[in-house]
Design a protein around this ligand. Structure first.
Ligand SMILES: [Fe+2]
Length: 282
């Protein structure tokens, strides 16, 4: 089991504004934050906390509407057996979820800046279904200069306006990428002043990134318990989920409520147009 590296502070539901301020302060400081509330927040209270961070994003996917409340809350209940549907069905099953930037395949301006998770029902201890987080700066520090340079010029192919896998924002290294989890990863390299960069070099940079992503030194788990609220800065922390969370003998499945909050920064600069190289990492 992965251990927690984040301290949770005690919070009172009757002092929502103060709790949101503390959460924001902690997120600014550490990239993620945990608050243990004295009772379960109602949907409107949860939305109020999320609104302190920005604008809660709508959940428009018609397939997930049975799990949506108030248009912005997604109820992540591990109520199904492992599924092959990795598009959306896995959200409500016991599947593991690879480490990722939320909505990594969208333009940067359409990615959430924050993810808020509120625990209604924690997974049984040792039964999996644990949220895992990894700081992006720790991953960036593991990359050598050449690999870092390559990732700053490589992005998803076929995704219009996709940001590079690695970029700088406000002096921080920001990744926009998800672990392909054994599937192919189609990338597009902008050659800049390195014309003809070999596909092998880009693939090596991506592999180096992936091995750094799962370093046991930096991966941490969120110790879910009822009424715990987690905030994750999507520009500073990767997140994922271990396998499990579905009760094997009756009982309630792991249940988290999630709100995505839109980013609060300006539109990113348009991508450069002089790209030439492309390839697929197997
Ligand atoms: Fe996610």
């Amino acid at each position: 089991m992965v251990t927690s590296g984040t301290h949770a502070f005690e919070a009172q539901a009757e002092c929502l504004q103060r709790s949101a301020e503390c959460l924001h302060y902690e997120v600014e400081k550490h990239g993620s934050a945990l608050a243990r509330f004295d009772r379960l927040l109602s949907n409107s209270e949860f939305i109020e906390v999320a609104s302190y961070f920005g604008t809660p994003m709508l959940q428009p996917n018609p397939k997930t509407q049975p799990w949506v409340d108030e248009q912005v809350i997604l109820n992540l209940r591990a109520e199904r057996e492992e599924t092959a549907d990795v598009e959306w069905g896995l959200l409500f099953a016991e599947n593991f979820i690879v480490l990722h930037t939320e909505l990594a395949l969208k333009p940067a301006a359409h990615q959430p800046r924050y993810i808020l998770l509120l625990c209604v029902e924690p997974p049984l201890p040792g039964a999996g279904g644990q949220t895992i987080v990894v700081p992006m700066d720790a991953v960036a520090r593991c990359l050598n200069a050449a690999h870092s340079r390559m990732l700053r010029r490589t992005r998803y192919a076929r995704i219009p306006d996709a940001p590079p896998f690695l970029r700088s924002e406000n002096g921080r290294d920001v990744f926009s990428i998800r672990d392909p989890g054994g599937a192919g990863l189609e990338w597009h390299y902008e050659d800049g002043d390195q014309p003809g960069a070999a596909a092998a070099e880009v693939n090596a940079a991506i592999r180096s990134f992936l091995s750094s992503l799962y370093s046991p030194d930096t991966i941490r788990g969120i110790p879910w318990q009822r009424n715990l609220l987690a905030v994750i800065d999507n520009q500073r922390v990767f997140h994922g989920r271990t396998f499990g969370g579905r009760p094997l003998s009756g009982g309630a499945p792991r249940h988290l409520r999630r709100i995505r909050v839109s980013r609060d920064v300006r539109q990113t600069a348009e991508l450069r147009q002089h790209s030439v190289a492309g390839g697929v990492i197997p």
